[in-house]
Design a protein around this ligand. Structure first.
Ligand SMILES: *Cc1c(COP(=O)(O)O)cnc(C)c1O
Length: 420
């Protein structure tokens, strides 16, 4: 019997649809357990996870070292709020600062909150340090950016659906083409406080800018006294083959945003890191979060960073990424327009005249591989950084099978292509 049940016939999916807001359109699989790069659905079918929860599960599902850190700390002390000190926060932030080379950190939970923290820091720095007249600071962002879903953040998105109906939006944002340093320089005015950029646009379709782009942005920002803030919520912590994607161009931002993998795939943990001068704008009462920096998150974050360093997972991402990219390029199917990415953040752009990325992901699901389309035509491959060479080969084998099916079914109609 096929375990692939139409969503309308699956009682678990029907129940979720009955009660949960329809703000997502999940692939039709109900997952119930996970171990390493493998996930298991409610019927016991195994899938290799090439998505890792949008890069949040870099250490693999239920990583035993991290689960131990979580349960051990949960039994001791979980939440105290920052009305008090805890013995867990300082060691976590010390390692985070040491590893990233940033002097100060402000702990938050979700990526969007850390981005909001960066925006507040940049504006206040602009007004109080740079001397921009109050309430006029501008922040430059990129076309195609993704930084989360708060009202301020979607306000500077260039994706119509992210904004539609959610205005009015906060003023003070200007957008420029991604990958074009000259456009950044041309957009800078005396009111510009910061340039916010993803080193590789993740949700935008795994868009890799030209070599030298970030280094040029660094030079331009320095020359104009504009903060360079890198949103590495997705690209950071080893994902692209270096600890930070900034490291590929040996640049240091003034502000750095981390999230996703920082929580070890167990909790939402994020942080805004910055220079002393930038972080110095925050004084007690300016900004905060009930859960940000709680002992449970700090213990898991510390364990995650320790594991990242100890197991050389950035190097592993580089090696496994090369193996995966080489394997994807070798497929050489006419439906593939391009394969791009760095480390284990890889996008495969498909010709929509042949198949949509969503349909391709549904085929992969049927064959036992989980991935997620982004931007209609791109299938992302971003497995846990702990993936082994033989698991990469297993994934490539499944992707081959999907293209073989595609070749034998392209003459049939889309309806007939739905897999029995
Ligand atoms: C996912 C993401 C965010 C938002 O993180 P959430 O935890 O979903 O709020 C911000 N920036 C980038 C680059 C991301 O990929």
């Amino acid at each position: 019997m096929s375990t692939h049940i139409k969503p309308t016939q699956n009682p678990t999916i029907a129940l979720e649809n009955r009660y949960c807001a329809h703000n997502y359109e999940p692939l039709p699989v109900v997952l119930s357990s996970g171990k390493g790069v493998w996930l298991t659905d409610q019927y016991g079918k195994h899938y290799i996870d090439m998505m890792s929860a949008y890069s949040a599960v870099s250490f693999g599902h239920s990583n035993p070292v991290l689960v131990h850190a979580l349960t051990h700390q949960a039994e001791k002390l979980a939440i105290v709020s920052r009305a008090f000190y805890s013995d867990q926060l300082a060691p976590f932030l010390r390692l985070l600062c040491e590893m990233t080379g940033m002097p100060k950190a402000l702990p938050m939970n979700s990526g969007a909150e850390a981005v909001e923290t960066a925006l507040k820091a940049a504006r206040k720095w602009g007004h109080k340090v740079k001397g921009i007249p109050d309430n006029t600071a501008e922040i430059i962002t990129c076309i195609g950016n993704f930084a989360g879903r708060t009202t301020t953040i979607v306000g500077f998105s260039t994706e119509a659906q992210y904004k539609d109906g959610f205005g009015p939006f906060a003023p003070g944002f200007v957008s420029v083409p991604f990958g074009d340093a000259a456009a950044l320089e041309a957009a800078i005015t005396p009111r510009t406080a910061a340039f916010l950029v993803e080193p590789i646009q993740g949700e935008g379709g795994i868009i890799v800018p030209p070599d030298g782009y970030l280094a040029a942005c660094r030079e331009i920002c320095t020359r104009h006294n504009v903060l360079l803030i890198c949103d590495e919520v997705q690209t950071g912590l080893g994902r692209t083959g270096k600890l930070l994607a900034c490291d590929h161009e040996n640049i240091k931002p003034d502000g750095l945003i981390l999230g996703k993998a920082l929580g070890g795939g167990l909790l939402p943990v994020s942080a805004f890191l910055a220079t002393e001068e930038v972080m110095g704008v925050f004084t007690p009462g300016d900004h905060g979060s009930t859960f940000g920096g709680n002992p449970l998150s700090a213990a898991v974050g510390l364990a995650a960073l320790t594991l990242l360093r100890h197991d050389h997972l950035a190097d592993a991402a580089e090696r496994m990424g090369q193996r995966l990219q080489a394997g994807l390029r070798a497929i050489n199917h006419p439906a593939i327009r391009v394969v791009r990415g760095k480390g284990l953040l890889i996008g495969m752009d498909l010709d929509p005249a042949v198949i949509s990325a969503r349909e391709f992901c549904e085929m992969l699901l049927e064959l036992g591989l989980l991935s997620k389309d982004t931007h209609d035509t791109v299938v992302r491959f971003a497995p846990p950084l702990t993936i082994s060479a033989s698991e990469i080969d297993t994934a490539l084998d499944i992707i081959h099978q999907a293209f073989n099916r595609l070749t034998t079914t392209t003459e049939t109609t889309t309806a007939e292509r739905s897999y029995a």
